[in-house]
Design a protein around this ligand. Structure first.
Ligand code: S3P
Length: 443
């Protein structure tokens, strides 16, 4: 994952308000998809503002390993695709290394599954090897691909492509990765393949495949594709990642006197859950984001969001909101700690948090608890009692990028400061995080 595991970074409390403006780092989910769909395209795709971070660099290396040509100059990437059925096994026959990126493993498996005769092993770091892969093995096996995994459900996973049969797949959990995996496989299956979502999740795959000319339709919660001969992604500019923007915005919300603006944040409602939840907690976040349930479009728009500190109250997050804020729920816990004393924040229906880079229910409860937070873990979420702040202490990121960044925010707004074990994990999604903190703290 990174060579600095175990290193300790100290973040001292600020002595003055945060201020200033940042440009939001490019979206991780969209960067992964832009590289994959460009590799699956015929011809050349020009991508601007590609996320240059560990996870999405893994994706560039992975599509290159399968035969695409990748040229990168800083955050501009040009990819010459191999076409929908043109991927080849890596030279030398080794595994494709997905690093820490679950999205890469699960989406790429869907592509390989539909290429008869192709057999590729997908593997990654220690965290990837603990994450559930049964959720993609099940539908892809039903489609008649062959998947061999350690203990039947963990990476390394060897995917052997075949002539796929279409399926109608009711997703057992709200997961954009599983949804995307099945839809991508469906592009190479005879007939119509569909997925039905229990709760809407991020819709980037649908938006991007439709824009690329894939035969994709949506009817309520059911999304269907038929076999495609070709796709053409077309030039891309990656919008800012709401999951990354949430960190500087939350920093302002918990630090007295602060106002921070973040530019070029995606306004896509399937990613805007954190803004809606924070506003319910009384947070002042100015700027447009789409309301839940807005008709799905093809284009992704962006806007400037500005957060200003003020008193926070508790709220309840229910299952229908969870996929729209899944990666920000640990931040909701942090805001909950900074809510007025006695205010209760409850997150329910979020058992998926246990299947992330680390078990984020346990990590949030134990690590924020170690800083003075009052957090009770539950089977499917947590209950946070506001104390108006945190004492500080030591937080172990457990190699999880989002836990590392939470530790840094807690440090800024805490009484005593926070020592973060393995701050370097932030490079998975937000390599410029500490620079951006320096900008808004002015130190
Ligand atoms: C992602 C989907 C979510 C999210 C992850 C990125 C994606 O995972 O947590 O960070 O890009 O499709 P799940 O689909 O497992 O919920």
């Amino acid at each position: 994952m990174n060579g600095l595991t175990g290193e300790i970074t100290r973040i001292d409390p600020v002595t003055r308000p945060l201020g200033g403006e940042l440009t939001c780092p490019p979206d991780k989910s969209i960067s992964h998809r832009s590289a994959l769909f460009a590799a699956m395209s015929d011809g050349r795709t020009h991508i601007e503002r590609y996320l240059v971070a560990e996870d999405t660099l893994s994706t560039l290396a992975a599509v290159e390993a399968l035969g695409a040509t990748v040229l990168r100059d800083d955050d501009t990437v040009v990819i010459h695709g191999v076409g929908l059925r043109g991927a080849a096994a890596p030279a030398g026959g080794g595994a494709v290394d997905v690093g820490n990126a679950g999205t890469l493993l699960r989406l790429m498996a869907g592509w390989i599954a539909g290429i008869p005769g192709l057999s590729v092993t997908l593997d990654g770091d220690a965290s990837i090897r603990r994450r559930p892969m049964g959720r993609i093995i099940e539908p892809l096996s039903q489609m008649h691909a062959q998947l061999d995994a350690r203990d039947g459900k963990f990476a390394p996973v060897t995917v052997t492509g075949g002539e796929l049969s279409p399926i109608d797949y009711p997703l057992p959990m709200a997961s954009a990765q599983v949804k995307s995996c099945v839809l991508i496989a469906g592009l190479n299956a005879e007939g119509e393949t569909s997925v039905t979502e229990p709760i809407p999740s991020r819709d980037h795959t649908e938006r991007m495949l439709a824009a690329a000319g894939a035969p994709l339709t949506r009817d309520g919660d059911r999304i269907a594709v038929t076999r495609a001969e070709r796709i053409e992604l077309g030039d891309q500019r990656v919008p800012g990642d709401p999951s990354s923007a949430a960190f500087p915005l939350a920093a302002a919300l918990i630090t007295p006197g602060s106002t921070v603006a973040v530019h070029e944040v995606s306004t896509n409602w399937t990613r805007a859950g954190f803004v809606h939840i924070a506003r319910r907690m009384g947070a002042q976040i100015d700027g447009p984001v789409e309301e839940p349930g807005t008709p799905h479009t093809v284009a992704e728009t962006t806007a400037t969001l500005t957060a200003t500190h003020g008193p926070l109250r508790g709220t309840t997050v229910t299952a229908d909101e969870v996929p729209l804020a899944i990666d920000e729920l640990p931040l909701v816990a942090l805001l909950g700690c900074f809510a007025e004393p006695g205010e209760i924040t409850t997150v329910t229906g979020a058992e998926e948090l246990r299947a992330k880079e680390t078990d984020r229910i346990a990590a949030v409860a134990e690590e924020l608890g170690a800083l003075g937070g009052k957090i009770t873990p539950t089977d499917d979420g947590f209950i946070v009692e506001g104390t108006g702040g945190l004492r500080g202490g030591r937080l172990d990121s457990r190699g999880d990028h989002r836990m590392a960044m939470i530790g840094a925010l807690a440090g800024l707004a805490s009484r005593d400061g926070v020592e973060i074990v393995d701050m370097a994990a932030a490079a998975v999604s937000y390599p410029t995080f500490l620079d951006d903190l320096a900008t808004i703290t002015g130190r």
